[in-house]
Unconditional design. Structure first.
Length: 486
Protein backbone atom coordinates (compact mmCIF):
# COMPACT_ATOMS: atom_id res chain seq x y z
CA UNK A 1 0.00 0.00 0.00
CA UNK A 2 1.48 3.37 -1.04
CA UNK A 3 2.00 6.06 1.58
CA UNK A 4 -0.32 9.00 0.87
CA UNK A 5 0.13 12.26 2.80
CA UNK A 6 -2.64 12.55 5.39
CA UNK A 7 -4.41 15.62 6.73
CA UNK A 8 -4.81 13.97 10.16
CA UNK A 9 -2.04 11.87 11.67
CA UNK A 10 -2.47 10.00 14.95
CA UNK A 11 0.84 9.14 16.63
CA UNK A 12 0.66 6.64 19.50
CA UNK A 13 2.96 4.04 21.00
CA UNK A 14 0.80 1.17 19.73
CA UNK A 15 -1.22 0.54 16.62
CA UNK A 16 -4.91 -0.18 17.32
CA UNK A 17 -4.44 -3.83 16.26
CA UNK A 18 -2.60 -6.90 17.56
CA UNK A 19 -0.93 -9.59 15.50
CA UNK A 20 -2.29 -13.04 16.22
CA UNK A 21 -2.09 -16.47 14.63
CA UNK A 22 -5.18 -17.30 12.61
CA UNK A 23 -6.97 -20.68 12.37
CA UNK A 24 -4.83 -21.62 9.37
CA UNK A 25 -1.62 -20.83 11.24
CA UNK A 26 -1.02 -17.63 9.29
CA UNK A 27 -0.52 -14.28 11.07
CA UNK A 28 -3.49 -11.92 11.08
CA UNK A 29 -4.61 -8.68 12.71
CA UNK A 30 -7.23 -8.22 15.45
CA UNK A 31 -8.55 -4.96 16.94
CA UNK A 32 -6.84 -4.25 20.27
CA UNK A 33 -8.67 -3.78 23.57
CA UNK A 34 -7.96 -0.70 25.65
CA UNK A 35 -9.10 2.84 26.27
CA UNK A 36 -6.87 4.61 23.75
CA UNK A 37 -8.03 2.45 20.85
CA UNK A 38 -11.67 2.78 21.86
CA UNK A 39 -11.32 6.55 22.07
CA UNK A 40 -9.39 7.32 18.88
CA UNK A 41 -10.74 4.80 16.36
CA UNK A 42 -13.97 6.73 15.57
CA UNK A 43 -12.00 9.98 15.17
CA UNK A 44 -9.63 8.40 12.69
CA UNK A 45 -12.46 6.87 10.64
CA UNK A 46 -14.37 10.15 10.50
CA UNK A 47 -11.33 12.14 9.32
CA UNK A 48 -9.76 9.54 6.99
CA UNK A 49 -6.45 9.85 8.76
CA UNK A 50 -3.48 7.57 9.35
CA UNK A 51 -2.38 5.97 12.65
CA UNK A 52 1.36 5.58 13.28
CA UNK A 53 2.48 3.17 15.99
CA UNK A 54 4.37 0.07 17.03
CA UNK A 55 2.60 -3.15 15.95
CA UNK A 56 3.77 -5.11 19.00
CA UNK A 57 6.30 -7.87 19.40
CA UNK A 58 6.26 -10.70 16.88
CA UNK A 59 4.67 -13.77 18.46
CA UNK A 60 7.30 -16.41 18.96
CA UNK A 61 10.17 -14.17 17.82
CA UNK A 62 13.53 -15.07 19.30
CA UNK A 63 14.43 -11.44 19.93
CA UNK A 64 11.00 -10.29 21.06
CA UNK A 65 11.25 -7.35 18.67
CA UNK A 66 9.20 -6.44 15.61
CA UNK A 67 10.50 -6.91 12.11
CA UNK A 68 11.82 -3.88 10.26
CA UNK A 69 10.48 -2.71 6.93
CA UNK A 70 6.77 -3.31 7.55
CA UNK A 71 4.66 -1.51 4.98
CA UNK A 72 1.61 0.67 5.69
CA UNK A 73 -1.61 -1.34 5.49
CA UNK A 74 -5.37 -1.08 5.89
CA UNK A 75 -7.39 -2.97 8.52
CA UNK A 76 -11.19 -2.72 8.59
CA UNK A 77 -11.06 0.70 6.98
CA UNK A 78 -8.27 2.09 9.18
CA UNK A 79 -5.05 3.33 7.52
CA UNK A 80 -2.18 2.03 9.67
CA UNK A 81 1.54 2.73 9.47
CA UNK A 82 3.77 0.50 11.64
CA UNK A 83 7.10 1.44 13.23
CA UNK A 84 9.45 -1.42 14.13
CA UNK A 85 11.26 -1.60 17.48
CA UNK A 86 14.21 -3.83 18.26
CA UNK A 87 14.27 -6.05 21.34
CA UNK A 88 16.78 -3.64 22.92
CA UNK A 89 14.50 -0.67 22.24
CA UNK A 90 11.50 -2.47 23.71
CA UNK A 91 13.52 -3.14 26.84
CA UNK A 92 14.93 0.39 27.20
CA UNK A 93 12.21 2.64 25.76
CA UNK A 94 9.02 0.72 26.58
CA UNK A 95 9.61 -1.61 29.51
CA UNK A 96 12.29 0.66 30.96
CA UNK A 97 11.80 4.42 30.70
CA UNK A 98 8.10 4.43 29.81
CA UNK A 99 6.86 1.81 32.27
CA UNK A 100 9.46 1.59 35.03
CA UNK A 101 10.32 5.32 35.17
CA UNK A 102 7.43 7.48 33.92
CA UNK A 103 4.46 5.24 34.76
CA UNK A 104 5.12 4.94 38.52
CA UNK A 105 6.31 8.56 38.75
CA UNK A 106 3.10 9.84 37.13
CA UNK A 107 0.93 7.60 39.32
CA UNK A 108 1.85 9.13 42.68
CA UNK A 109 4.89 6.82 43.06
CA UNK A 110 2.63 3.87 43.99
CA UNK A 111 5.77 1.91 43.03
CA UNK A 112 9.29 3.32 43.16
CA UNK A 113 10.45 4.67 39.77
CA UNK A 114 13.88 3.76 38.42
CA UNK A 115 16.15 6.27 36.68
CA UNK A 116 18.68 4.89 34.19
CA UNK A 117 20.59 6.93 31.59
CA UNK A 118 20.52 4.07 29.09
CA UNK A 119 16.73 3.97 29.25
CA UNK A 120 16.56 7.73 28.66
CA UNK A 121 18.81 7.44 25.61
CA UNK A 122 16.51 4.75 24.17
CA UNK A 123 13.48 6.96 24.88
CA UNK A 124 15.04 9.87 22.97
CA UNK A 125 16.00 7.67 20.01
CA UNK A 126 12.57 6.06 19.65
CA UNK A 127 10.74 9.39 20.05
CA UNK A 128 12.92 10.81 17.24
CA UNK A 129 11.99 7.92 14.96
CA UNK A 130 8.27 8.48 15.61
CA UNK A 131 8.68 12.22 14.92
CA UNK A 132 10.52 11.61 11.63
CA UNK A 133 7.89 9.11 10.53
CA UNK A 134 5.06 11.53 11.31
CA UNK A 135 6.86 14.32 9.45
CA UNK A 136 7.02 12.10 6.35
CA UNK A 137 3.34 11.05 6.47
CA UNK A 138 1.74 14.44 7.23
CA UNK A 139 0.39 16.57 4.39
CA UNK A 140 1.20 20.29 4.31
CA UNK A 141 -0.47 22.13 7.20
CA UNK A 142 -1.84 18.83 8.50
CA UNK A 143 -2.93 18.14 12.07
CA UNK A 144 -0.78 15.72 14.06
CA UNK A 145 -2.23 14.41 17.31
CA UNK A 146 0.39 12.77 19.55
CA UNK A 147 -0.73 10.53 22.40
CA UNK A 148 0.50 9.64 25.84
CA UNK A 149 3.52 9.40 28.07
CA UNK A 150 5.66 7.22 25.80
CA UNK A 151 5.99 10.04 23.21
CA UNK A 152 6.41 13.27 25.18
CA UNK A 153 9.44 14.41 23.16
CA UNK A 154 7.74 13.99 19.77
CA UNK A 155 5.98 17.42 19.65
CA UNK A 156 9.22 19.43 19.85
CA UNK A 157 11.11 17.10 17.50
CA UNK A 158 8.24 17.23 15.01
CA UNK A 159 8.01 21.03 15.15
CA UNK A 160 11.71 21.32 14.31
CA UNK A 161 11.15 19.08 11.28
CA UNK A 162 7.78 20.49 10.15
CA UNK A 163 6.97 23.98 11.52
CA UNK A 164 3.92 24.15 9.20
CA UNK A 165 2.01 21.51 11.18
CA UNK A 166 -0.67 21.98 13.84
CA UNK A 167 0.47 19.74 16.68
CA UNK A 168 -1.58 18.52 19.61
CA UNK A 169 -0.60 16.27 22.51
CA UNK A 170 -2.90 14.41 24.88
CA UNK A 171 -1.76 12.70 28.08
CA UNK A 172 -4.02 9.79 29.01
CA UNK A 173 -2.51 9.25 32.46
CA UNK A 174 -2.25 11.72 35.38
CA UNK A 175 0.37 14.48 35.27
CA UNK A 176 2.13 14.66 38.64
CA UNK A 177 2.65 17.65 40.94
CA UNK A 178 6.01 19.43 41.03
CA UNK A 179 7.08 17.60 44.19
CA UNK A 180 7.07 14.30 42.28
CA UNK A 181 7.91 15.42 38.73
CA UNK A 182 11.09 17.20 39.76
CA UNK A 183 12.60 13.86 40.81
CA UNK A 184 13.02 13.13 37.10
CA UNK A 185 16.60 13.90 36.00
CA UNK A 186 15.33 14.79 32.50
CA UNK A 187 12.43 16.96 33.69
CA UNK A 188 13.35 19.98 31.56
CA UNK A 189 13.68 17.94 28.37
CA UNK A 190 10.21 16.44 28.92
CA UNK A 191 8.64 19.87 29.52
CA UNK A 192 10.32 21.34 26.44
CA UNK A 193 9.27 18.32 24.40
CA UNK A 194 5.61 18.92 25.29
CA UNK A 195 5.93 22.65 24.53
CA UNK A 196 6.47 21.75 20.88
CA UNK A 197 2.70 21.26 20.68
CA UNK A 198 0.18 24.05 20.09
CA UNK A 199 -2.22 22.36 22.53
CA UNK A 200 -1.32 20.09 25.45
CA UNK A 201 -4.33 18.22 26.79
CA UNK A 202 -4.81 16.55 30.17
CA UNK A 203 -7.59 14.51 31.75
CA UNK A 204 -8.23 16.96 34.60
CA UNK A 205 -7.64 20.68 35.28
CA UNK A 206 -5.14 19.77 38.01
CA UNK A 207 -2.84 18.12 35.47
CA UNK A 208 -2.86 21.20 33.24
CA UNK A 209 -2.17 23.44 36.25
CA UNK A 210 0.72 21.23 37.35
CA UNK A 211 2.23 21.45 33.86
CA UNK A 212 1.96 25.24 33.56
CA UNK A 213 3.40 25.70 37.05
CA UNK A 214 6.36 23.45 36.23
CA UNK A 215 7.04 25.26 32.94
CA UNK A 216 7.12 28.56 34.81
CA UNK A 217 9.33 27.23 37.59
CA UNK A 218 11.62 24.84 35.73
CA UNK A 219 11.87 26.31 32.22
CA UNK A 220 11.31 29.98 33.01
CA UNK A 221 8.69 30.84 30.38
CA UNK A 222 6.06 33.47 31.10
CA UNK A 223 2.61 32.02 31.76
CA UNK A 224 -0.90 33.33 32.32
CA UNK A 225 -3.59 30.93 33.49
CA UNK A 226 -3.59 28.11 30.91
CA UNK A 227 -1.27 29.82 28.42
CA UNK A 228 2.51 29.60 28.00
CA UNK A 229 4.27 32.35 26.04
CA UNK A 230 7.41 31.21 24.22
CA UNK A 231 10.27 33.53 23.18
CA UNK A 232 9.71 32.66 19.49
CA UNK A 233 6.23 34.23 19.60
CA UNK A 234 4.26 30.99 19.88
CA UNK A 235 1.57 30.53 22.52
CA UNK A 236 0.91 27.05 23.92
CA UNK A 237 -2.35 26.24 25.67
CA UNK A 238 -2.58 23.58 28.40
CA UNK A 239 -6.12 22.52 29.26
CA UNK A 240 -8.29 19.65 30.48
CA UNK A 241 -10.18 17.47 28.00
CA UNK A 242 -11.68 14.56 30.00
CA UNK A 243 -11.74 11.57 27.68
CA UNK A 244 -14.89 9.50 27.20
CA UNK A 245 -16.27 6.52 25.27
CA UNK A 246 -18.60 5.82 22.36
CA UNK A 247 -21.68 5.65 24.59
CA UNK A 248 -24.19 4.81 21.86
CA UNK A 249 -22.00 1.99 20.57
CA UNK A 250 -21.70 0.36 23.99
CA UNK A 251 -25.42 0.68 24.67
CA UNK A 252 -26.25 -0.77 21.26
CA UNK A 253 -23.88 -3.64 21.98
CA UNK A 254 -25.46 -4.27 25.39
CA UNK A 255 -28.96 -4.41 23.82
CA UNK A 256 -28.06 -7.13 21.31
CA UNK A 257 -29.99 -10.37 21.93
CA UNK A 258 -26.81 -12.43 21.82
CA UNK A 259 -25.14 -10.21 24.46
CA UNK A 260 -28.23 -10.41 26.68
CA UNK A 261 -28.22 -14.20 26.28
CA UNK A 262 -24.51 -14.34 27.07
CA UNK A 263 -25.05 -12.27 30.23
CA UNK A 264 -27.60 -14.87 31.39
CA UNK A 265 -25.15 -17.68 30.56
CA UNK A 266 -22.51 -15.97 32.72
CA UNK A 267 -24.86 -15.76 35.70
CA UNK A 268 -25.90 -19.38 35.18
CA UNK A 269 -22.26 -20.47 35.09
CA UNK A 270 -21.68 -18.63 38.37
CA UNK A 271 -24.51 -20.56 40.01
CA UNK A 272 -27.13 -17.81 39.68
CA UNK A 273 -26.06 -15.92 42.80
CA UNK A 274 -28.28 -13.12 44.08
CA UNK A 275 -25.54 -10.54 43.43
CA UNK A 276 -22.56 -10.46 41.05
CA UNK A 277 -19.71 -8.02 41.68
CA UNK A 278 -17.30 -7.25 38.84
CA UNK A 279 -13.83 -5.80 38.47
CA UNK A 280 -12.24 -5.25 35.04
CA UNK A 281 -8.68 -3.96 34.86
CA UNK A 282 -5.39 -4.26 33.12
CA UNK A 283 -3.13 -6.19 35.51
CA UNK A 284 -1.34 -3.22 37.07
CA UNK A 285 -0.28 -2.23 40.58
CA UNK A 286 -2.05 1.15 40.23
CA UNK A 287 -5.49 -0.47 39.79
CA UNK A 288 -6.08 -1.46 43.43
CA UNK A 289 -7.14 -5.02 42.54
CA UNK A 290 -5.53 -6.58 45.62
CA UNK A 291 -7.26 -4.13 47.98
CA UNK A 292 -10.75 -4.65 46.55
CA UNK A 293 -10.46 -8.46 46.60
CA UNK A 294 -9.15 -8.33 50.14
CA UNK A 295 -12.12 -6.14 51.18
CA UNK A 296 -14.54 -8.61 49.58
CA UNK A 297 -12.72 -11.53 51.22
CA UNK A 298 -13.06 -9.90 54.65
CA UNK A 299 -16.81 -9.49 54.17
CA UNK A 300 -17.07 -13.19 53.29
CA UNK A 301 -14.87 -14.17 56.25
CA UNK A 302 -17.05 -12.15 58.63
CA UNK A 303 -20.16 -13.97 57.39
CA UNK A 304 -21.68 -10.81 55.92
CA UNK A 305 -21.63 -12.31 52.43
CA UNK A 306 -22.33 -15.92 51.51
CA UNK A 307 -20.50 -17.34 48.49
CA UNK A 308 -23.75 -18.87 47.20
CA UNK A 309 -25.41 -15.46 47.38
CA UNK A 310 -22.62 -13.17 46.14
CA UNK A 311 -19.65 -13.83 43.86
CA UNK A 312 -16.85 -11.52 42.71
CA UNK A 313 -15.69 -11.79 39.09
CA UNK A 314 -12.29 -10.18 38.51
CA UNK A 315 -10.96 -9.82 34.96
CA UNK A 316 -7.26 -8.93 34.94
CA UNK A 317 -6.00 -8.38 31.39
CA UNK A 318 -2.34 -9.47 30.97
CA UNK A 319 0.02 -6.51 30.90
CA UNK A 320 3.79 -5.88 30.66
CA UNK A 321 4.55 -9.42 31.75
CA UNK A 322 8.30 -9.01 31.24
CA UNK A 323 8.46 -6.23 33.86
CA UNK A 324 9.36 -7.63 37.30
CA UNK A 325 6.81 -5.58 39.27
CA UNK A 326 3.98 -7.00 37.17
CA UNK A 327 5.14 -10.59 37.66
CA UNK A 328 5.22 -10.01 41.42
CA UNK A 329 1.72 -8.50 41.33
CA UNK A 330 0.32 -11.49 39.44
CA UNK A 331 1.85 -13.90 41.96
CA UNK A 332 0.39 -11.89 44.86
CA UNK A 333 -3.08 -11.92 43.33
CA UNK A 334 -2.89 -15.64 42.56
CA UNK A 335 -2.07 -16.32 46.22
CA UNK A 336 -4.81 -14.03 47.55
CA UNK A 337 -7.51 -15.49 45.31
CA UNK A 338 -6.36 -19.04 46.10
CA UNK A 339 -6.44 -18.36 49.85
CA UNK A 340 -9.91 -16.77 49.82
CA UNK A 341 -11.37 -19.51 47.61
CA UNK A 342 -9.62 -22.22 49.61
CA UNK A 343 -10.92 -20.88 52.93
CA UNK A 344 -14.46 -19.86 51.98
CA UNK A 345 -15.37 -21.32 48.58
CA UNK A 346 -17.52 -24.40 48.13
CA UNK A 347 -17.73 -27.02 45.42
CA UNK A 348 -19.15 -25.20 42.41
CA UNK A 349 -19.23 -21.90 44.33
CA UNK A 350 -15.86 -20.12 44.48
CA UNK A 351 -15.93 -16.77 46.26
CA UNK A 352 -13.89 -15.14 43.47
CA UNK A 353 -13.83 -16.04 39.78
CA UNK A 354 -10.45 -14.73 38.66
CA UNK A 355 -9.82 -14.45 34.91
CA UNK A 356 -6.33 -13.54 33.72
CA UNK A 357 -7.25 -12.96 30.08
CA UNK A 358 -8.31 -10.41 27.48
CA UNK A 359 -11.83 -10.45 26.01
CA UNK A 360 -13.55 -8.84 22.98
CA UNK A 361 -16.04 -6.00 23.44
CA UNK A 362 -19.09 -8.27 23.10
CA UNK A 363 -17.93 -10.39 26.05
CA UNK A 364 -17.15 -7.28 28.09
CA UNK A 365 -20.63 -5.89 27.40
CA UNK A 366 -22.13 -9.20 28.56
CA UNK A 367 -20.08 -9.04 31.76
CA UNK A 368 -21.24 -5.46 32.38
CA UNK A 369 -24.84 -6.60 31.88
CA UNK A 370 -24.37 -9.58 34.21
CA UNK A 371 -22.88 -7.55 37.08
CA UNK A 372 -25.04 -5.95 39.77
CA UNK A 373 -22.10 -4.00 41.22
CA UNK A 374 -19.04 -2.69 39.36
CA UNK A 375 -16.01 -2.11 41.59
CA UNK A 376 -13.38 0.30 40.20
CA UNK A 377 -10.78 1.14 42.84
CA UNK A 378 -7.48 2.39 41.32
CA UNK A 379 -4.97 4.11 43.58
CA UNK A 380 -4.48 6.61 40.75
CA UNK A 381 -5.95 6.71 37.26
CA UNK A 382 -6.06 9.33 34.53
CA UNK A 383 -9.72 8.61 33.73
CA UNK A 384 -10.76 4.91 33.80
CA UNK A 385 -13.04 4.21 30.87
CA UNK A 386 -14.23 0.89 32.32
CA UNK A 387 -16.42 2.85 34.76
CA UNK A 388 -18.03 4.72 31.87
CA UNK A 389 -18.44 1.53 29.81
CA UNK A 390 -20.34 -0.09 32.69
CA UNK A 391 -22.66 2.90 32.99
CA UNK A 392 -23.26 2.95 29.21
CA UNK A 393 -24.33 -0.71 29.28
CA UNK A 394 -26.89 -0.23 32.10
CA UNK A 395 -29.69 0.96 29.82
CA UNK A 396 -32.34 -0.12 32.36
CA UNK A 397 -30.93 2.38 34.87
CA UNK A 398 -30.00 -0.41 37.27
CA UNK A 399 -26.71 -1.56 38.75
CA UNK A 400 -24.29 0.14 41.12
CA UNK A 401 -20.85 1.66 40.58
CA UNK A 402 -18.21 1.80 43.32
CA UNK A 403 -15.49 4.19 42.15
CA UNK A 404 -12.17 5.37 43.54
CA UNK A 405 -12.05 9.09 44.19
CA UNK A 406 -8.53 9.00 42.69
CA UNK A 407 -9.84 8.01 39.23
CA UNK A 408 -10.42 10.87 36.81
CA UNK A 409 -13.93 9.51 36.16
CA UNK A 410 -14.88 10.37 39.76
CA UNK A 411 -14.99 14.07 38.81
CA UNK A 412 -17.87 13.34 36.42
CA UNK A 413 -19.60 10.29 37.94
CA UNK A 414 -20.41 11.87 41.29
CA UNK A 415 -23.42 9.60 41.85
CA UNK A 416 -21.20 6.52 42.20
CA UNK A 417 -20.24 5.26 45.64
CA UNK A 418 -16.94 7.14 45.88
CA UNK A 419 -14.25 5.48 48.00
CA UNK A 420 -10.66 5.90 49.12
CA UNK A 421 -9.04 2.62 47.97
CA UNK A 422 -6.47 2.89 50.76
CA UNK A 423 -9.32 2.68 53.31
CA UNK A 424 -10.37 -0.98 53.33
CA UNK A 425 -13.15 -0.38 55.84
CA UNK A 426 -14.49 2.38 53.59
CA UNK A 427 -14.43 0.04 50.57
CA UNK A 428 -16.27 -2.61 52.61
CA UNK A 429 -18.88 -0.04 53.67
CA UNK A 430 -19.43 0.94 50.02
CA UNK A 431 -19.85 -2.72 48.99
CA UNK A 432 -22.42 -3.22 51.76
CA UNK A 433 -24.36 -0.11 50.77
CA UNK A 434 -24.30 -0.89 47.05
CA UNK A 435 -25.45 -4.47 47.59
CA UNK A 436 -28.36 -3.41 49.80
CA UNK A 437 -29.40 -0.17 48.05
CA UNK A 438 -33.06 0.04 47.05
CA UNK A 439 -34.04 0.10 43.39
CA UNK A 440 -35.14 3.74 43.44
CA UNK A 441 -31.76 4.91 44.75
CA UNK A 442 -29.91 2.78 42.19
CA UNK A 443 -32.08 4.09 39.34
CA UNK A 444 -31.63 7.72 40.42
CA UNK A 445 -27.85 7.37 40.57
CA UNK A 446 -27.51 5.45 37.30
CA UNK A 447 -29.90 7.71 35.40
CA UNK A 448 -27.84 10.78 36.31
CA UNK A 449 -24.52 9.12 35.43
CA UNK A 450 -25.89 7.96 32.08
CA UNK A 451 -27.05 11.49 31.31
CA UNK A 452 -23.57 12.77 32.13
CA UNK A 453 -21.68 10.41 29.83
CA UNK A 454 -24.18 10.85 26.99
CA UNK A 455 -23.65 14.62 27.09
CA UNK A 456 -19.86 14.22 26.98
CA UNK A 457 -19.15 11.19 24.81
CA UNK A 458 -16.13 10.38 22.69
CA UNK A 459 -17.38 12.45 19.76
CA UNK A 460 -17.71 15.55 21.90
CA UNK A 461 -14.25 14.94 23.40
CA UNK A 462 -12.54 14.57 20.04
CA UNK A 463 -14.43 17.47 18.48
CA UNK A 464 -13.53 19.84 21.33
CA UNK A 465 -9.84 18.88 21.18
CA UNK A 466 -9.54 19.12 17.38
CA UNK A 467 -11.44 22.42 17.27
CA UNK A 468 -9.14 23.91 19.90
CA UNK A 469 -6.11 22.51 18.09
CA UNK A 470 -7.29 24.16 14.88
CA UNK A 471 -7.22 27.63 16.41
CA UNK A 472 -4.27 29.52 14.95
CA UNK A 473 -3.03 32.05 17.50
CA UNK A 474 -1.15 35.04 16.15
CA UNK A 475 2.28 35.80 17.59
CA UNK A 476 1.78 37.05 21.15
CA UNK A 477 4.10 40.06 20.62
CA UNK A 478 5.36 40.03 24.18
CA UNK A 479 8.97 41.01 24.81
CA UNK A 480 10.39 37.95 26.53
CA UNK A 481 13.87 36.99 27.57
CA UNK A 482 15.14 33.53 26.51
CA UNK A 483 14.37 30.84 29.09
CA UNK A 484 17.00 30.22 31.72
CA UNK A 485 19.00 27.15 30.69
CA UNK A 486 20.19 26.33 34.20
Amino acid sequence: MASVPADLVIVANRLPVDRITGPDGEPMWRASPGGLVTAIEPVLRANRGVWIGWPGAVTGAVTGGSEAGMEPFEHEGLQLDPIALSAEEIEGFYEGFSNATLWPLYHDVVAKPEFHREWWEAYVAVNRRFAEHAADRAAKNAMVWVHDYQLQLVPQMLRELRPDLRIGFFLHIPFPPAELFQQLPWRRQILEGLLGADLVGFQLPGGAQNFVRLVRQRVGHKTHRDLVYLPDGRTVRAAAFPISIDVDNFEELARKPEVIARAKEIRDALGNPRKVLLGVDRLDYTKGIHARLRAFGELVAAGELDVEEAVFVQVATPSRERVEQYRVLRDDLDRLVGRINGDYGRIGSPAISYLHASYPREEMAALYRAADVMVVTPYRDGMNLVAKEYVACRYNDDGALILSEFAGAAYELRQAWLVNPYDLNGVKDAIREALHADEKDLARRMRTMRKTIKAADITAWARSFLEEMDIVRSAHGKALLPADKT
